[in-house]
Design a protein around this ligand. Sequence first.
Ligand code: BG6
Length: 524
Amino acid sequence: MSEADTIGPKAAVTTAMTAPDRRAPPAIITIFGARGDLTKRLVMPALYNLVRAGRLPDEFAIVGVDIADQTTETWCNSLSEMLQAFLRARGGAIDEQAWSWLTQRMEYLRGDFAEPETFSRLGGVLKERERQNNAANVLFYLAVADRFFGPVVEQLGRAGLTRQSDRTWRRVIVEKPFGHDLPSAEALNAQLLKVLSEDQIYRIDHFLGKETVQNILVLRFANGIFEPLWNRDHIDHVQITAAEIVGVEHRGRFYEHTGALRDMVPNHLFQLLAMIAMEPPISFDADAVRSKKTELFHAVHPISPTDAVRGQYSAGVVLGRQASAYRREPDVAPDSKTETYAALKLGIDNWRWAGVPFYLRTGKYLSARTTEIAVHFRQAPHVLFRGTAVEHLPANILTLRIQPDEGLSLSFSAKRPGAEIEIDGVEMNFAYRDYYAPVVSVGYETLIYDCLIGDATMFQRADTVEAAWCAVQDLLDAWAHAPAGDFPNYAAGSAGPDAADRLLARDGRAWLPITGLTSNPRAS
Ligand code: BG6
């Protein structure tokens, strides 16, 4: 067990007392969807972890709004049960002192999001809290289904709750999905921007809360050795993989009209693409970074259906467990044409990347869980090894492992010991766990904290979201007009459809195997 896991309640509170400079400013978080899954699984555990890390100020409050008839006490109890179960599953136990610090500051407000009266009552509760806290900063967290994003913000505006002053802010966190295509994302942006200014809106993509995703910028720009090689002169191609070992679980209804492309590509995979491929920003200022991302998305070529593969899983075995076909999942049509797998070849139209393909793939129920980016460098010229036994020079591959085995490795060639010149592929490996104690985190801590301190770098700007949708819109349309005729076309537990292999094979390339291995298999 790590130091972070074992830190006692006293220690956690002491940290909070001794590090006032790291604390967020006084604020009230209002969570819409207080009883929902997101609040239970991610928002509250993240707030609890922030308390333990000493990041929240004493003048802090949480107001939970939802339709169910509940009291503050029953709300807190249900969250506490969830948190206990969550911590138990990770071999930990609840830090009672940190949890009671939070519950003392929590209040439940029953209300229908469609009723103006809910918002006038919320206004009253916030006024009272502001008086007690002596601070009027409010973060509205929309942990609700996407159809409520626009209406809730409109109601907040009508009730005068989004008005800021010179000394106080009002911000809104909007969850994914932000629209389901370009026109709907534009419409949602327009609706929100009628009430809020852009700097009040924090659009979440939870991939940006992952430590390893944030580390990509540090890797590229805090090290002198990578950036000079980071271009078409030295890089042959890039593979971005987000492979999952879960199916659609209980989300059939949502997934049926979403599919793998919408669910993962213009958001999560594009965040990885942006981190790896954008031009260096002039600073880490939010707008400097987000402008570079937007520019990159604008440079993505329209994706032709011939450069894309879709798949849907049939029954199979995933990590030794029987998995049923997508079409047999709850709330899924028996003849569903929804894709649970997508692979794409992207071209980027700029000086740095012209001619360098970026291959992206993501899918449910694949053979292993891994999210990684593999940068394949160009092969060394073969000339030196003429007349030796060397037939093949492996290319250098820099692999950034986003999850679950966070780290980075570089494969390169070495001479196998012996009289002959024989070349072997070997690997240098950096694993986070070898250097740092694991931090207990659900991935939302940084995002919530950043929003409280007003740092929007890891959030999406309106134009960035639209540029990402724009890049995939042609393909969304093409797939909608020509439903797949060969579904299901990959077995649960496999590496995906064969056509995805052909997508690379026609360019003389191959996907790296999808493996959950944590280190070089040769080492064991
Ligand atoms: C969500 C998608 O946004 O991201 C899910 O809706 C997907 O379908 C999930 O499983 C993947 O996130 P993570 O952090 O588990 O890799």
